[in-house]
Design a protein around this ligand. Structure first.
Ligand code: NAG
Ligand code: NAG
Ligand code: NAG
Length: 480
């Protein structure tokens, strides 16, 4: 943000809040102290030489509108601008003369099709399947006008993932994704535009806590008490039958979080025992008997000026300044040189390490010299195991989430020879199966001459035992 747009941003906030009762003189003086304040400069529209309206009372709030020769309040929405547009200061380039133009308010942009303003990343005036996004190609030297165009919503690996145009990434539906805490990612039914929401419509309702906010199940969510998780019955709690249960502390922790674990570890579900325990994060290694895990080629547990190269050995830091280590070659290469890299690639830092957490990494990797040789995008077709994705019904889903499974069940890696295995196993990808969440009771019952399996929640299972009618609550897991 340059200083003028910073000033106009600050002013906009002032005007919105203090409109009538602010003491204008004070602000005016404040704005006229550019030398002492450094970053804060008087906006050009406070200068009577440039802005004819600046001589009027509160003139620094006014902009001259050439078509009718009148003064109007800055950032006024509507007349003299078309409906929905605001009067904004504009400097004409060669003579630096100040004038005004009608622009779309922040977070909106103008459509070249009808000239109107629409919210960025909304449907705007686009067809379903598209969104109204910023037009980055068109820029004018004189104007800060923001243009928008219709862009196609990109597909994700599966229908339970949602493309979020602002970050150009896919996130799983009903997860927090890019949303603020308390909202989950969904798609607007009518416009098909991705949205962060928490309303009490059917789909999101099962994620809604009494505080009116929505959280993913089995996350910390709204839970205050240490070791409690937000459960599918929409309460906070912890039960020993949950895979999230930690014996030593008698508490429950989110999977894939640090939970009760040491540095460099996450709380991971073991696929055989279906209980969580502490393991090294992917790409981290333990050192001898230490419980913590470290990123190789950082100092980790080693003495000063040493780096950890495997689970048993620290070596002296081998590289000169500006060089990085390549284990396969057992030597260092200069950053930005080709080094041992294939054609078009150069030696670069390993940006997967986080210096503030892991320490400085001496691991050299090969990356593209130019951005355009990096073709990997958010939209990939393989279900990446390292990201915890599994394949189910020919789509990628995150393990241990409900995904496409019925209530009371979740996706687990499929196992050979087990009844739960739905799909053929094969390749590098894990095939998934729906299985009752531990604690949910798996029962087989007959419905319309078909045998169906349902997962009953602990409370429902209890009710069933005490003879109440629960068929409307239980759902079909599998139809033979
Ligand atoms: C690791 O454990 C072995 C055997 O329990 C012990 O001899 C060794 O000293 C331990 N090493 C460290 C670094 O604690
Ligand atoms: C670790 O690296 C050292 C030195 O290269 C080697 O002698 C040792 O066998 C390695 N240990 C393991 C577990 O790979
Ligand atoms: C159980 O509930 C279902 C659905 O609400 C209803 O159709 C059925 O008649 C009930 N059965 C009994 C035994 O109450």
């Amino acid at each position: 943000m340059n200083s003028q747009s910073l000033v106009s941003h600050l002013l906009r906030n002032f005007f919105n809040f203090f409109q009538s009762w602010l003491i204008p003189v004070k602000l005016f003086l404040l704005l006229l102290q550019p030398e002492t304040q450094g970053a804060v400069m008087a906006p050009p529209w406070a200068d009577p030489k440039l802005n004819p309206c600046a001589t009027q009372p509160r003139g620094w709030q006014l902009l001259f509108w050439p078509p009718d020769g009148k003064c109007y309040r800055i950032f006024k929405i509507g007349h003299p601008c078309p409906e929905g547009m605001e009067l904004s200061p504009m400097t004409t380039k060669p003579d630096k003369q100040l004038s005004a133009e009608c622009r779309c308010p922040p977070q909106t942009a103008q459509s070249a099709r009808d000239g109107k303003c629409y919210g960025l990343f909304s449907l705007g005036n686009c067809a379903v399947g598209y969104y109204f996004g910023p037009d980055k190609q068109y820029k004018s030297a004189n104007s800060k006008r923001q243009w928008g165009v219709c862009k196609q919503l990109k597909p994700c690996v599966s229908s339970s993932w949602i493309y979020w145009p602002k970050t150009e990434r896919c996130y799983q539906k009903f997860t927090r994704g890019p949303c603020i805490k308390g909202q989950l990612l969904t798609v607007d039914q009518e416009s098909k535009i991705p949205a962060c929401r928490c309303d009490d419509r059917e789909e999101l309702n099962e994620y809604r806590h009494v505080n009116g906010q929505c959280y993913q199940h089995f996350t910390k969510g709204p839970c205050q008490e240490k070791g409690h998780l937000f459960l599918p019955d929409r309460t906070c709690g912890c039960h020993s039958f949950l895979p999230h249960f930690h014996e030593n502390s008698q508490q429950c922790f989110e999977l894939e979080s640090i939970g009760p674990c040491a540095q460099g570890q996450t709380y991971q579900l073991h696929s055989e025992t279906r209980r969580a325990s502490c393991h090294c994060r992917p790409h981290y290694i333990p050192y001898q008997n230490a419980t913590a895990c470290y990123r190789p080629y950082t100092r980790g547990p080693c003495p000063l000026n040493h780096i950890l190269i495997n689970t048993t050995t620290c070596i002296e830091q081998p590289c000169q300044r500006g060089h990085l280590y390549f284990p396969a070659e057992d030597r260092c290469f200069r950053i930005g040189s080709r080094g041992p890299c294939p054609k078009d690639l150069v030696v670069s830092f390993d940006f997967n390490t986080r210096p503030s957490v892991d320490g400085v990494s001496y691991n050299g990797v090969c990356t593209c010299r130019n951005k355009d040789c990096d073709v990997e995008s958010a939209v990939t077709v393989r279900c990446d195991r390292s990201k915890g994705l599994v394949r189910y019904s020919n789509e990628c889903h995150k393990m241990y989430t409900q995904g496409p499974c019925p209530r009371g069940s979740w996706l687990v890696p499929g196992r050979q020879g087990k009844e739960e295995l739905y799909t053929d196993s094969g390749g590098e990808e894990r095939q998934a199966a729906c299985e009752c969440i531990p604690g949910y009771l798996r029962t087989v019952r007959t419905s319309e001459d078909k045998s169906v399996t349902v997962c009953l929640s602990p409370t429902v299972a209890l009710a069933e035992y005490s003879g109440r009618n629960v068929t409307s609550v239980a759902q079909v897991l599998r139809v033979k």
